[in-house]
Design a protein around this ligand. Structure first.
Ligand code: URA
Length: 259
């Protein structure tokens, strides 16, 4: 969270709680048992937790091992400590994915009720007409039920920016197919508050503490949200998906690996 002095100030300001009770200076915690929060947002206090932000290239599987022997996303990060991907990207989808050994965060982000928004850039076949965009925004019929309304912006004749809250299998591709504009290329550019346009394909960097906290905040803020909002609900009014909430361009301490 910061230097000892900064942390002392947070405690003195009454912004820190331990197990829901306002902390006092000098209070000791057991990192394996106590939940420490600042402004109500849990602070990961367990040492040895690691959070990688990886830019997955196309042609890499998200599973830990592949029966077909294809490259896996785990091979893109250091082998130790052992981490696992949070959610998944298709073999042919590129972009950001978090790998961590923090089961609590992984569970919270993966839980459909949290609905962390994920932003994609899709290069599509053809030029979608306003009617196709409207269908995407309102939710389209898929074989496993209607998709929730998406935020959709047309950034070029063949390119859409799409934000979805659900994490269904091949969801964005299936939505685009349903409106007659299959994806030629799909790139995830943002996971909740985390984006990094400077992170090149195949590279990783450690998430900064503020990014981990923001992911926790984002997942807890959506507590209780329905996994699939009622179909046909009003579509978001504005066309373009906004810019990432934060888009740090530089690698934080820990740096970017060369692998
Ligand atoms: N939607 C897809 O269609 N594919 C992904 O990999 C992620 C979201």
């Amino acid at each position: 969270m910061g230097s000892r002095r900064v942390c002392d100030e947070l405690v003195a300001a009454g912004r820190v709680t331990v197990n829901g009770v306002t902390a006092e200076l000098g209070r000791r915690v057991d990192p394996s048992a106590d939940e420490v929060a600042v402004d109500g947002v849990p602070v990961p206090v367990v040492p040895d937790l690691v959070y990688y932000l990886v830019n997955k290239p196309s042609g890499v599987v998200t599973t830990a091992s592949d029966p077909e022997g294809r490259p896996t996303v785990l091979e893109l990060v250091p082998a130790s400590p052992r981490v696992f991907p949070v959610g998944r990207l298709d073999f042919d989808t590129e972009g950001l994915i978090v790998l961590t050994n923090d089961g609590v965060l992984a569970h919270r982000l993966a839980h459909p009720s949290h609905g962390v928004p994920k932003e994609y850039l899709a290069e599509v076949q053809g030029t979608p007409e306003p009617a196709a965009l409207r269908r995407l925004r309102e939710g389209v019929e898929l074989d496993d039920g209607p998709s929730a309304p998406a935020v959709v912006g047309q950034v070029a004749p063949h390119a859409l920016r799409i934000v979805v809250h659900e994490g269904r299998n091949r969801q964005v591709r299936r939505m685009l197919e349903a409106v007659g504009h299959p994806a030629r290329r799909l790139v995830r550019t943002r996971i909740g508050p985390v984006a990094d346009p400077a992170l090149r394909p195949g590279r990783w960097r450690l998430l900064r503490t503020d990014e981990v906290r923001a992911l926790y905040a984002h997942s807890s803020a959506k507590e209780g949200r329905a996994a699939r909002p009622q179909p046909r609900a009003a579509a978001p009014a504005s066309a373009p998906a906004g810019p990432p909430a934060s888009a740090p361009a530089s690698a934080p301490e820990g740096g970017q690996a060369n692998r």
